[in-house]
Design a protein around this ligand. Structure first.
Ligand code: GDP
Ligand code: ZN
Length: 464
């Protein structure tokens, strides 16, 4: 097994890039103290207590110890730290030049530049966090709404891990019992007993996993957002509605600085549900040229969307283009926004309901704030049975990797059941049971391969 001493000492700037009041250079590893002592003038860091913050100066040893910055240095000694290693954090004045200079000094005095997410990877490798908790650290940084944050915190607390560990222990117990039975073949009914045990237990475990999977749909929406397309012909009020959703007192979350995401994403917070707006280019750009792309462009957006907001101008009769969009969105989860309801109405709502099977119709006036509340309520009703209940104790699966592993584990347990029903020998059935155990272990990182780790942690920001 790996121990803390197997790793070298790493460093990075842990505050977001750019100007700020302060910046923090973080160092982790067994040489962290040694590195800091070489470039710090103030108290004797070797003698200060753990978890103290110490005033002093950073100096450049290669330039007659000239002063670089006035700093506060936090000293945190292993093992009660984020990485379980010695950690030094240098709080310096926030300028880019000073901060980079300090990082350079740290690097030229014995530390190595950290990879993205490497501090959290250490926390995992040193056994402080399991894999699903490490992933929660990233989810927490990138959480788009309060509700997403609650779900991530819950996972960081280890509630999912706890459940998974229990399931795995149960599987181990069954497998052990089966081994015992096999060792005592002198009992007459041992085979029937063993089959029954495997059958009962796999059914029970599968039911628990399937229960967990039921939370996945909502969980994934909270973590990744609901892909939402706003469609409608020109001038019906799409841009006005978008602005309604974006402004007010709602948090707008654009791309998180420092993350590796390459597309510029736009999220709107609707009662805690992050709506991820798909293809707003045509909506934002009011130039006719773009608007004309109309239906073709909408077709793509509709295909990618989990939710379509179809905007109609209630003050004009339905046009061919409206009808085409109504047809195109027939199979989508759809909300129809009858906009411009301040003007005399020209759309027959009964026709919408009967001919186009329109269910969720909301009257709006985008020039005022009329209708946004019912829009929020309808979304909550459609995707969260009324409201989001990500309480601190409810375990919710949010991560696509976990969802896929749980699904595979559930399938393996189904194979156990099928195998027994088809009279398959117990030792073959055991393989499927063991497989479920392995798959669940990949969620918590009890079984993992290095490549997966590299890939997961490389998605983190630098310094985390
Ligand atoms: P888009 O082309 O679908 O994005 O439509 P816009 O949002 O640009 O709106 C087109 C015009 O309709 C603008 O002049 C808006 O001010 C106006 N408009 C939008 N919503 C309403 C509404 O609810 N009532 C009225 N009377 N006008 C609206
Ligand atoms: Zn990040």
């Amino acid at each position: 097994a790996l121990t803390t001493t197997d790793y070298d000492t790493i460093a990075a700037i842990s505050t977001p890039p750019g100007e700020g009041g302060i910046s923090i250079v973080r160092i982790s590893g067994s040489d962290a103290m040694k590195v800091a002592e070489k470039i710090y003038r103030g108290k004797n860091l070797a003698k200060v207590a753990s978890n103290t913050i110490n005033y002093g100066h950073i100096v450049d040893p290669s330039d007659h110890n000239s002063e670089v910055d006035e700093v506060m240095v936090s000293v945190m000694r292993a093992p009660k730290t984020y990485t379980k290693e010695d950690i030094i954090e240098i709080n310096c004045h926030g300028g880019i030049v000073a901060t980079n200079k300090i990082l350079q000094l740290v690097l030229s005095n014995g530390a190595r530049m950290a990879e993205p997410g490497e501090f959290t990877k250490r926390a995992f490798l040193n056994g402080r966090l399991d894999l699903s908790q490490s992933e929660a650290v990233m989810d927490l940084i990138e959480a788009k709404t309060d509700e997403s944050m609650k779900a991530a915190l819950n996972q960081l607390d280890g509630n999912l891990s706890h459940l998974i560990k229990h399931l795995r222990q149960d599987i181990l117990d069954v497998l052990a019992q089966v081994e015992v039975n096999i060792d005592y073949p002198e009992y007459d009914d041992v085979e029937t007993m063993t089959s029954k045990l495997l059958m009962d237990k796999s059914k029970e475990l599968k039911a628990q996993i399937d229960q967990l999977l039921k939370t996945a749909k909502q969980g994934k929406v909270l973590r990744d957002g609901l892909n939402t397309a706003i469609v409608g012909r020109p001038n019906v009020g799409k841009s006005s509605l978008l602005n309604r959703l974006l402004h007010e007192d709602k948090a707008i979350v654009t791309d998180v600085p420092g993350t590796t995401r390459d597309v510029l994403d736009e999220y709107v917070n609707v009662s805690g549900v992050p709506l991820h707006l798909v293809d707003t280019a045509g909506i934002r750009d009011t130039e006719d040229k773009v608007e004309k792309i109309g239906v073709d462009r909408s077709r793509n957006a509709i295909k990618q969307a989990d939710l379509v907001l179809l905007v109609l101008n209630a003050s004009e009769p339905l046009t061919d283009e409206d009808r085409e969009l109504l047809d195109l969105t027939q199979k989508s989860k759809r909300i129809i926004l009858l906009n411009k309801t301040d003007l005399p109405g020209k759309i027959n709502v009964n026709e919408l309901k009967q001919r186009y099977h329109a269910e969720n119709i909301i009257k709006t006036q985008a020039t005022k704030d009329n209708g946004t509340q019912s829009l929020e309520d309808t979304i909550a009703k459609m995707f969260f049975n009324g409201g989001i209940k990500s309480s601190q104790n409810d375990v919710m699966v949010t991560n696509a990797r976990h969802i896929s592993l749980l699904q595979q584990a559930s399938d393996s347990l189904q194979s156990v059941e099928n195998g027994l029903n088809n009279g398959m020998p117990v030792d073959l059935v055991q393989i499927d049971m063991t497989n479920a155990w392995d798959l669940l272990g990949e969620i918590t990182g009890d079984s993992y391969d290095g490549e997966l780790l590299d890939q997961l942690f490389s998605q983190f920001c630098l310094g985390k």
